[in-house]
Design a protein around this ligand. Structure first.
Ligand SMILES: [Fe+2]
Length: 387
Protein backbone atom coordinates (compact mmCIF):
# COMPACT_ATOMS: atom_id res chain seq x y z
CA UNK A 1 0.00 0.00 0.00
CA UNK A 2 1.31 3.42 -0.98
CA UNK A 3 0.53 6.46 1.12
CA UNK A 4 0.53 8.99 -1.72
CA UNK A 5 -2.65 9.82 -3.71
CA UNK A 6 -3.61 7.71 -6.75
CA UNK A 7 -3.74 9.26 -10.23
CA UNK A 8 -6.94 11.31 -10.51
CA UNK A 9 -8.31 14.14 -12.65
CA UNK A 10 -10.54 17.00 -11.47
CA UNK A 11 -12.75 18.94 -13.89
CA UNK A 12 -14.85 22.04 -13.15
CA UNK A 13 -16.49 24.86 -15.12
CA UNK A 14 -15.67 28.53 -14.74
CA UNK A 15 -17.57 29.52 -11.57
CA UNK A 16 -18.88 32.90 -10.53
CA UNK A 17 -20.38 32.71 -7.04
CA UNK A 18 -22.33 35.34 -5.08
CA UNK A 19 -25.31 37.68 -5.07
CA UNK A 20 -25.50 39.38 -8.48
CA UNK A 21 -23.89 36.50 -10.43
CA UNK A 22 -27.10 35.83 -12.45
CA UNK A 23 -27.02 39.32 -13.93
CA UNK A 24 -23.63 38.58 -15.52
CA UNK A 25 -25.16 36.10 -18.00
CA UNK A 26 -25.28 38.61 -20.87
CA UNK A 27 -21.66 39.57 -20.36
CA UNK A 28 -20.51 35.96 -20.38
CA UNK A 29 -22.51 35.11 -23.50
CA UNK A 30 -21.04 38.18 -25.21
CA UNK A 31 -17.55 37.03 -24.16
CA UNK A 32 -18.29 33.73 -25.92
CA UNK A 33 -19.11 35.74 -29.09
CA UNK A 34 -22.68 34.38 -29.33
CA UNK A 35 -25.37 36.73 -30.67
CA UNK A 36 -28.36 34.39 -30.41
CA UNK A 37 -29.06 31.87 -27.65
CA UNK A 38 -31.57 29.20 -26.78
CA UNK A 39 -32.99 30.18 -23.38
CA UNK A 40 -33.98 27.03 -21.50
CA UNK A 41 -36.19 27.13 -18.41
CA UNK A 42 -39.44 25.55 -17.22
CA UNK A 43 -43.01 26.79 -16.90
CA UNK A 44 -42.89 26.97 -13.09
CA UNK A 45 -39.71 29.05 -13.18
CA UNK A 46 -41.36 31.57 -15.52
CA UNK A 47 -43.60 32.54 -12.58
CA UNK A 48 -40.51 33.80 -10.68
CA UNK A 49 -38.57 37.00 -11.51
CA UNK A 50 -35.36 35.11 -12.40
CA UNK A 51 -35.77 34.27 -16.11
CA UNK A 52 -36.66 37.88 -16.93
CA UNK A 53 -33.70 39.12 -14.90
CA UNK A 54 -31.35 36.96 -16.96
CA UNK A 55 -33.12 37.82 -20.25
CA UNK A 56 -32.64 41.52 -19.46
CA UNK A 57 -28.92 40.96 -18.97
CA UNK A 58 -28.81 39.32 -22.43
CA UNK A 59 -30.73 42.21 -24.03
CA UNK A 60 -28.35 44.70 -22.40
CA UNK A 61 -25.51 43.07 -24.35
CA UNK A 62 -27.47 42.96 -27.62
CA UNK A 63 -27.93 39.17 -27.42
CA UNK A 64 -31.27 37.83 -28.72
CA UNK A 65 -32.88 34.61 -27.48
CA UNK A 66 -35.48 31.97 -28.27
CA UNK A 67 -37.39 30.70 -25.25
CA UNK A 68 -37.75 26.95 -24.70
CA UNK A 69 -39.71 26.10 -21.55
CA UNK A 70 -41.16 22.71 -22.46
CA UNK A 71 -39.22 20.91 -19.70
CA UNK A 72 -40.70 18.76 -16.92
CA UNK A 73 -39.14 17.41 -13.71
CA UNK A 74 -37.15 14.26 -14.59
CA UNK A 75 -36.59 15.61 -18.15
CA UNK A 76 -37.70 13.32 -20.96
CA UNK A 77 -35.90 12.22 -24.11
CA UNK A 78 -38.66 13.77 -26.24
CA UNK A 79 -38.22 17.17 -24.57
CA UNK A 80 -34.50 17.09 -25.33
CA UNK A 81 -35.12 16.25 -28.99
CA UNK A 82 -37.72 19.06 -29.29
CA UNK A 83 -35.31 21.53 -27.72
CA UNK A 84 -32.55 20.55 -30.16
CA UNK A 85 -34.95 21.15 -33.05
CA UNK A 86 -35.83 24.62 -31.74
CA UNK A 87 -32.10 25.38 -31.34
CA UNK A 88 -31.40 24.43 -34.98
CA UNK A 89 -34.47 26.12 -36.47
CA UNK A 90 -33.59 29.40 -34.79
CA UNK A 91 -29.88 29.16 -35.63
CA UNK A 92 -28.87 29.58 -31.99
CA UNK A 93 -25.17 29.74 -31.15
CA UNK A 94 -25.18 29.04 -27.40
CA UNK A 95 -27.48 27.95 -24.56
CA UNK A 96 -28.43 29.79 -21.38
CA UNK A 97 -30.40 27.83 -18.79
CA UNK A 98 -32.17 29.16 -15.71
CA UNK A 99 -33.57 26.44 -13.46
CA UNK A 100 -32.98 23.40 -11.30
CA UNK A 101 -31.31 20.12 -12.17
CA UNK A 102 -34.02 19.05 -14.61
CA UNK A 103 -33.82 22.17 -16.80
CA UNK A 104 -30.00 22.14 -16.68
CA UNK A 105 -29.77 18.45 -17.62
CA UNK A 106 -32.21 19.07 -20.49
CA UNK A 107 -30.08 22.01 -21.69
CA UNK A 108 -26.87 19.95 -21.55
CA UNK A 109 -28.51 17.16 -23.55
CA UNK A 110 -29.95 19.60 -26.12
CA UNK A 111 -26.41 20.84 -26.72
CA UNK A 112 -24.86 17.46 -27.53
CA UNK A 113 -27.84 16.31 -29.62
CA UNK A 114 -27.43 19.46 -31.69
CA UNK A 115 -23.69 19.04 -32.28
CA UNK A 116 -23.63 15.28 -32.82
CA UNK A 117 -26.99 14.91 -34.66
CA UNK A 118 -27.80 11.74 -32.72
CA UNK A 119 -30.71 10.65 -30.53
CA UNK A 120 -30.06 11.58 -26.89
CA UNK A 121 -30.41 7.94 -25.78
CA UNK A 122 -27.35 6.99 -27.85
CA UNK A 123 -25.12 8.87 -25.41
CA UNK A 124 -25.98 6.61 -22.45
CA UNK A 125 -22.95 5.55 -20.41
CA UNK A 126 -19.47 6.86 -19.76
CA UNK A 127 -17.56 8.82 -22.45
CA UNK A 128 -20.12 8.19 -25.22
CA UNK A 129 -20.28 11.80 -26.45
CA UNK A 130 -18.22 12.46 -29.59
CA UNK A 131 -18.29 16.26 -29.80
CA UNK A 132 -18.99 18.86 -27.12
CA UNK A 133 -22.17 20.92 -27.37
CA UNK A 134 -22.31 24.68 -28.03
CA UNK A 135 -21.28 27.06 -25.22
CA UNK A 136 -23.50 26.59 -22.15
CA UNK A 137 -24.04 29.14 -19.39
CA UNK A 138 -25.97 27.83 -16.35
CA UNK A 139 -27.86 29.86 -13.78
CA UNK A 140 -29.02 27.39 -11.09
CA UNK A 141 -32.14 28.20 -9.05
CA UNK A 142 -31.84 25.33 -6.56
CA UNK A 143 -29.04 24.29 -4.21
CA UNK A 144 -28.87 20.57 -4.70
CA UNK A 145 -28.41 18.97 -8.10
CA UNK A 146 -25.17 20.79 -8.99
CA UNK A 147 -25.91 19.90 -12.60
CA UNK A 148 -24.37 23.30 -13.34
CA UNK A 149 -20.91 22.03 -12.36
CA UNK A 150 -21.05 18.27 -12.97
CA UNK A 151 -20.17 15.99 -15.88
CA UNK A 152 -23.43 14.10 -15.32
CA UNK A 153 -26.69 14.39 -17.22
CA UNK A 154 -29.75 12.30 -16.31
CA UNK A 155 -32.53 11.87 -18.88
CA UNK A 156 -35.73 9.86 -18.67
CA UNK A 157 -35.97 7.15 -21.33
CA UNK A 158 -39.76 7.23 -21.57
CA UNK A 159 -40.16 4.03 -23.59
CA UNK A 160 -38.09 1.88 -21.21
CA UNK A 161 -39.19 3.86 -18.11
CA UNK A 162 -35.61 4.16 -16.88
CA UNK A 163 -33.35 7.13 -16.24
CA UNK A 164 -30.22 7.04 -18.34
CA UNK A 165 -26.95 8.59 -17.18
CA UNK A 166 -24.72 10.42 -19.65
CA UNK A 167 -21.31 10.87 -18.06
CA UNK A 168 -18.73 12.82 -20.04
CA UNK A 169 -16.29 15.68 -19.62
CA UNK A 170 -18.16 17.33 -22.52
CA UNK A 171 -21.16 17.70 -20.17
CA UNK A 172 -19.34 20.10 -17.84
CA UNK A 173 -20.89 23.52 -18.59
CA UNK A 174 -18.66 26.38 -19.71
CA UNK A 175 -19.80 28.86 -17.09
CA UNK A 176 -21.90 28.53 -13.93
CA UNK A 177 -23.33 31.71 -12.41
CA UNK A 178 -24.25 30.65 -8.88
CA UNK A 179 -26.42 33.34 -7.33
CA UNK A 180 -27.88 32.39 -3.91
CA UNK A 181 -30.60 35.07 -4.32
CA UNK A 182 -32.26 32.87 -6.95
CA UNK A 183 -32.74 30.05 -4.45
CA UNK A 184 -34.94 32.20 -2.17
CA UNK A 185 -38.07 31.32 -4.18
CA UNK A 186 -37.73 27.59 -3.42
CA UNK A 187 -40.47 26.20 -1.16
CA UNK A 188 -39.41 24.74 2.21
CA UNK A 189 -40.12 21.27 0.82
CA UNK A 190 -37.97 21.77 -2.30
CA UNK A 191 -35.23 23.32 -0.15
CA UNK A 192 -35.25 20.20 2.04
CA UNK A 193 -35.26 17.74 -0.87
CA UNK A 194 -32.56 19.52 -2.89
CA UNK A 195 -30.47 20.12 0.25
CA UNK A 196 -30.58 16.44 1.14
CA UNK A 197 -29.65 15.63 -2.46
CA UNK A 198 -26.55 17.80 -2.00
CA UNK A 199 -25.79 16.03 1.28
CA UNK A 200 -26.13 12.68 -0.48
CA UNK A 201 -23.72 13.82 -3.22
CA UNK A 202 -21.12 14.75 -0.60
CA UNK A 203 -21.55 11.44 1.26
CA UNK A 204 -21.40 9.25 -1.85
CA UNK A 205 -18.40 11.11 -3.28
CA UNK A 206 -16.50 10.84 0.02
CA UNK A 207 -17.00 7.08 0.36
CA UNK A 208 -16.64 6.42 -3.40
CA UNK A 209 -13.93 4.06 -4.63
CA UNK A 210 -12.80 6.92 -6.90
CA UNK A 211 -12.32 9.51 -4.14
CA UNK A 212 -9.26 11.75 -4.13
CA UNK A 213 -7.77 14.47 -1.87
CA UNK A 214 -9.46 17.06 -4.14
CA UNK A 215 -12.91 15.50 -3.83
CA UNK A 216 -12.52 14.73 -0.09
CA UNK A 217 -11.82 18.39 0.63
CA UNK A 218 -14.99 19.54 -1.11
CA UNK A 219 -17.16 16.70 0.21
CA UNK A 220 -16.38 17.24 3.90
CA UNK A 221 -16.78 21.02 3.69
CA UNK A 222 -20.08 20.50 1.88
CA UNK A 223 -21.37 18.38 4.77
CA UNK A 224 -20.27 21.05 7.28
CA UNK A 225 -22.10 23.76 5.31
CA UNK A 226 -25.29 21.66 5.17
CA UNK A 227 -25.08 20.91 8.89
CA UNK A 228 -24.85 24.65 9.60
CA UNK A 229 -27.32 26.05 7.07
CA UNK A 230 -29.88 23.53 5.78
CA UNK A 231 -32.42 23.77 8.57
CA UNK A 232 -32.30 27.59 8.60
CA UNK A 233 -32.73 27.72 4.80
CA UNK A 234 -35.87 25.59 5.17
CA UNK A 235 -37.30 27.67 8.03
CA UNK A 236 -36.25 31.13 6.76
CA UNK A 237 -36.48 31.14 2.95
CA UNK A 238 -35.23 34.74 2.65
CA UNK A 239 -32.17 34.23 4.87
CA UNK A 240 -29.32 34.97 2.41
CA UNK A 241 -26.67 33.75 4.83
CA UNK A 242 -28.30 30.31 4.96
CA UNK A 243 -29.08 30.34 1.23
CA UNK A 244 -25.45 31.19 0.42
CA UNK A 245 -24.31 28.39 2.74
CA UNK A 246 -26.52 25.91 0.90
CA UNK A 247 -25.39 27.16 -2.53
CA UNK A 248 -21.82 26.54 -1.35
CA UNK A 249 -22.78 23.13 0.05
CA UNK A 250 -24.36 22.17 -3.26
CA UNK A 251 -21.45 23.45 -5.37
CA UNK A 252 -18.80 21.77 -3.20
CA UNK A 253 -20.74 18.50 -3.30
CA UNK A 254 -21.10 18.87 -7.07
CA UNK A 255 -17.35 19.31 -7.56
CA UNK A 256 -16.81 16.25 -5.35
CA UNK A 257 -19.30 13.90 -6.99
CA UNK A 258 -18.67 15.05 -10.55
CA UNK A 259 -15.11 13.80 -10.12
CA UNK A 260 -15.47 10.91 -7.62
CA UNK A 261 -18.84 9.68 -8.99
CA UNK A 262 -21.63 8.41 -6.70
CA UNK A 263 -22.89 5.17 -5.18
CA UNK A 264 -25.83 2.94 -4.31
CA UNK A 265 -28.14 5.73 -3.12
CA UNK A 266 -28.13 7.33 -6.56
CA UNK A 267 -28.25 4.01 -8.40
CA UNK A 268 -31.37 3.04 -6.42
CA UNK A 269 -32.86 6.52 -6.65
CA UNK A 270 -32.42 6.69 -10.45
CA UNK A 271 -34.30 3.42 -10.68
CA UNK A 272 -37.15 4.78 -8.52
CA UNK A 273 -37.29 8.04 -10.47
CA UNK A 274 -37.38 6.26 -13.82
CA UNK A 275 -40.08 3.77 -12.90
CA UNK A 276 -42.33 5.94 -10.73
CA UNK A 277 -41.41 9.55 -11.66
CA UNK A 278 -40.72 10.43 -7.98
CA UNK A 279 -38.74 13.54 -6.89
CA UNK A 280 -34.99 12.79 -7.03
CA UNK A 281 -33.95 14.53 -3.81
CA UNK A 282 -36.73 12.90 -1.81
CA UNK A 283 -35.83 9.42 -3.09
CA UNK A 284 -32.20 9.99 -2.06
CA UNK A 285 -33.18 11.30 1.35
CA UNK A 286 -35.35 8.24 2.03
CA UNK A 287 -32.63 5.81 0.95
CA UNK A 288 -29.56 7.56 2.41
CA UNK A 289 -29.41 6.11 5.94
CA UNK A 290 -30.46 2.65 4.76
CA UNK A 291 -27.57 2.56 2.27
CA UNK A 292 -25.16 3.83 4.97
CA UNK A 293 -26.35 0.95 7.17
CA UNK A 294 -25.59 -1.48 4.32
CA UNK A 295 -22.22 0.04 3.32
CA UNK A 296 -20.81 1.11 6.70
CA UNK A 297 -18.38 -1.73 7.45
CA UNK A 298 -16.69 -1.31 4.02
CA UNK A 299 -15.32 2.15 4.99
CA UNK A 300 -16.11 2.78 8.68
CA UNK A 301 -13.54 5.60 9.14
CA UNK A 302 -14.88 7.50 6.16
CA UNK A 303 -18.51 7.29 7.31
CA UNK A 304 -17.41 8.32 10.83
CA UNK A 305 -15.66 11.39 9.36
CA UNK A 306 -18.87 12.36 7.55
CA UNK A 307 -20.86 12.01 10.78
CA UNK A 308 -18.25 14.13 12.58
CA UNK A 309 -18.69 16.80 9.87
CA UNK A 310 -22.41 16.70 10.72
CA UNK A 311 -21.49 17.34 14.38
CA UNK A 312 -21.52 13.82 15.85
CA UNK A 313 -19.07 12.98 18.64
CA UNK A 314 -17.23 9.85 17.49
CA UNK A 315 -13.87 9.37 19.28
CA UNK A 316 -11.09 7.72 17.22
CA UNK A 317 -11.09 4.64 19.48
CA UNK A 318 -14.86 4.07 19.42
CA UNK A 319 -15.73 0.45 18.46
CA UNK A 320 -17.02 0.16 14.85
CA UNK A 321 -20.45 -1.02 16.05
CA UNK A 322 -20.91 2.09 18.18
CA UNK A 323 -19.49 4.41 15.50
CA UNK A 324 -22.03 2.96 13.08
CA UNK A 325 -24.90 3.59 15.48
CA UNK A 326 -23.73 7.18 16.08
CA UNK A 327 -23.34 7.78 12.32
CA UNK A 328 -26.83 6.48 11.56
CA UNK A 329 -28.23 8.61 14.36
CA UNK A 330 -26.56 11.75 12.94
CA UNK A 331 -27.97 11.17 9.45
CA UNK A 332 -31.44 10.20 10.71
CA UNK A 333 -31.46 13.31 12.85
CA UNK A 334 -30.76 15.71 9.96
CA UNK A 335 -33.42 13.97 7.83
CA UNK A 336 -35.92 14.38 10.66
CA UNK A 337 -34.99 18.05 11.18
CA UNK A 338 -35.63 18.56 7.44
CA UNK A 339 -39.07 16.98 7.83
CA UNK A 340 -38.35 13.85 5.76
CA UNK A 341 -39.97 10.93 7.56
CA UNK A 342 -41.95 9.45 4.68
CA UNK A 343 -41.35 5.84 3.56
CA UNK A 344 -41.25 4.41 0.04
CA UNK A 345 -44.51 2.56 0.75
CA UNK A 346 -46.19 5.88 1.58
CA UNK A 347 -45.01 7.18 -1.81
CA UNK A 348 -46.79 4.26 -3.48
CA UNK A 349 -43.88 1.84 -3.98
CA UNK A 350 -45.38 -1.65 -3.83
CA UNK A 351 -43.54 -4.70 -2.50
CA UNK A 352 -44.04 -6.38 -5.88
CA UNK A 353 -42.03 -3.60 -7.57
CA UNK A 354 -38.87 -4.07 -5.50
CA UNK A 355 -37.32 -6.87 -7.58
CA UNK A 356 -37.60 -4.83 -10.80
CA UNK A 357 -36.28 -1.71 -9.07
CA UNK A 358 -33.23 -3.60 -7.79
CA UNK A 359 -32.61 -5.24 -11.18
CA UNK A 360 -32.37 -1.78 -12.79
CA UNK A 361 -30.36 -0.24 -9.95
CA UNK A 362 -27.69 -2.94 -9.97
CA UNK A 363 -26.80 -2.00 -13.59
CA UNK A 364 -26.63 1.76 -12.91
CA UNK A 365 -23.09 3.12 -13.49
CA UNK A 366 -23.15 4.63 -9.96
CA UNK A 367 -22.90 1.10 -8.51
CA UNK A 368 -19.32 0.83 -9.86
CA UNK A 369 -18.02 3.31 -7.27
CA UNK A 370 -20.13 2.15 -4.31
CA UNK A 371 -17.69 1.17 -1.53
CA UNK A 372 -19.39 -2.20 -0.99
CA UNK A 373 -19.97 -4.54 -3.90
CA UNK A 374 -23.58 -5.65 -3.99
CA UNK A 375 -25.85 -8.09 -5.75
CA UNK A 376 -29.45 -7.34 -6.75
CA UNK A 377 -30.87 -9.38 -3.85
CA UNK A 378 -29.01 -7.17 -1.38
CA UNK A 379 -30.40 -4.02 -2.98
CA UNK A 380 -33.86 -5.56 -2.67
CA UNK A 381 -33.17 -5.82 1.06
CA UNK A 382 -32.22 -2.13 1.25
CA UNK A 383 -35.35 -1.09 -0.70
CA UNK A 384 -37.36 -3.27 1.67
CA UNK A 385 -36.01 -1.45 4.73
CA UNK A 386 -36.74 1.95 3.16
CA UNK A 387 -40.30 0.83 2.47
FE1 LIG B 1 -28.47 13.70 -6.93
Amino acid sequence: MTSYPALRKFVAPELIFGIGAAELAGQHIANLSARKVLFVTDEGMLKTPWPQMVMDSLSDEGVSYTLFSNVTPNPRDSEVMNGAEVFQKNRCEAIVVVGGGSAIDCAKAIGIVNTNRQNVLEFEGVDMVGHPGPPLVCVPTTSGSAADVSQFCIINDTARKVKIAIVSKTMVPDVSLIDPLLTTTMSPELTAHTGLDALTHAVEAYVSNANSPFTDLHALESVRQSATHLQTAIEEPQNLDARSGMSLASTYAGLAFSNAILGAVHAMSHSLGGMLDLPHGLCNAILLDHVIEFNFEAVPERYSNLARALGADIPEDMPVKDAKAATLEAFRDIKKRCGVEVTLAELGVGEEEIAALAATAINDPCMLTNPRQAIAAELEGVYGKAR
